[in-house]
Design a protein around this ligand. Structure first.
Ligand SMILES: Nc1ncnc2c1ncn2[C@@H]1O[C@H](COP(=O)(O)OP(=O)(O)OP(=O)(O)O)[C@@H](O)[C@H]1O
Ligand SMILES: [Mg+2]
Length: 301
């Protein structure tokens, strides 16, 4: 509006002619070139303003996108935290039930047998022996129940056998569950001295990825690759773990209901790693996690 108004005023007052008349006597100073220079300056300012306007719009769009991502991440975090609490509660209840059913009852029986032996006034050797044998049998049962409980709480074989063997065990259980799928596990590198949290994260990653294959992929082949990648320069080595299937894939990952991939990302980023998802409808699904093998923190035993 200001531009149009100034154009009208300049037209009414013949400003350029006036300027030309005024500057004509000073031709030797080239003042008569001023209008053209001012025109170029005006065009330059217009171009600059347009560019700034475009940049400002892009910046606003970037911020809106970042805010939307932040809101989604916060909602995901809240759901994840809620699920952790629910899972913890369910796990505690299951543990209490197991302890009550599997151990509590047997301890009671052992106690009754022990009290019986202690109070046996007739001192009948056959009864005493039978009771002692019952105690041994019940102790064996408790031992077995404890071993089962511990296996459920910790990934099978991770401590005793190491990561590659524990993964082989995990993959083998899926081979029996999914006989129509070919599962290939390839391990390359030395994983003998991995930190415990790193090994558990890799194990849980493969576990969840294979559960997803069974639930969503309808795949025929699944490749599980575990590699140790040498550090570039003075950085730390990396563990790279990939689970790739040739199933139906998916156009967009729906994380609004499931929590598997969100939890996986949380675990991986907590160890300063990165998770990538390569997927497309009809072209399979590939999950990769790259995790740095960090030196043990000072004070860690
Ligand atoms: N191997 C796969 N093939 C095809 N789609 C997959 C695969 N893995 C994951 N997806 C897609 O990604 C979504 C998110 O997976 P995620 O593991 O987070 O949730 P979920 O498996 O549906 O539920 P949850 O893991 O909480 O039991 C799935 O619902 C599915 O659409
Ligand atoms: Mg899942």
């Amino acid at each position: 509006m200001i531009t149009v108004a100034s154009w009208v005023v300049c037209g009414l007052l013949n400003v350029t002619e006036m300027l030309r008349r005024l500057t004509a006597p000073y031709e030797r100073y080239q003042l008569d070139e001023l209008p053209t220079v001012l025109l170029v300056l005006g065009l330059g300012l217009t171009w600059f303003a347009t560019r700034r306007y475009g940049e400002a719009r892009q910046e606003i769009e970037r911020r809106v996108r970042a805010e939307a991502q932040l809101t989604t991440a916060l909602a995901d975090n809240r759901r994840l935290a809620q699920q952790y609490v629910d899972l913890q509660e369910a796990e505690r209840k299951a543990l209490a039930r197991e302890l009550h059913d599997e151990l509590g009852q047997y301890f009671n029986v052992i106690k009754l047998d022990a009290v019986g032996i202690r109070n046996d006034r007739h001192d009948d050797p056959a009864t005493r022996r039978a009771r002692a044998e019952a105690i041994v049998e019940n102790c064996n049962h408790i031992h077995g129940a404890l071993a089962t409980l511990m296996r459920e709480l910790r990934p099978a074989g991770l401590d005793e056998l190491g990561l590659p063997a524990a993964l082989e065990h995990c993959v083998q259980t899926w081979r029996t569950r999914l006989p129509e799928v070919t599962l290939r596990l390839t391990v390359d590198g030395d994983f003998s001295a991995l930190a415990e949290n790193l090994a558990v994260t890799v194990y849980r990653f493969v576990q969840e990825a294979l559960t997803n294959v069974a639930k969503h992929a309808a795949a025929q082949q699944v490749d599980i690759r575990l590699n140790r990648c040498a550090a570039a320069g003075s950085g730390s080595d990396w563990v790279s773990v990939t689970v790739a299937d040739d199933g139906v894939g998916c156009a967009a990952v729906q994380t609004t209901r499931g929590l598997g991939l969100i939890g996986m990302r949380e675990r991986v980023t907590a160890l300063r790693g990165e998770l990538t998802i390569d997927r497309a409808s009809g072209r399979g699904f590939t999950l990769t996690a790259r995790l740095p093998i960090l030196p043990p923190s000072p004070g860690a035993s």
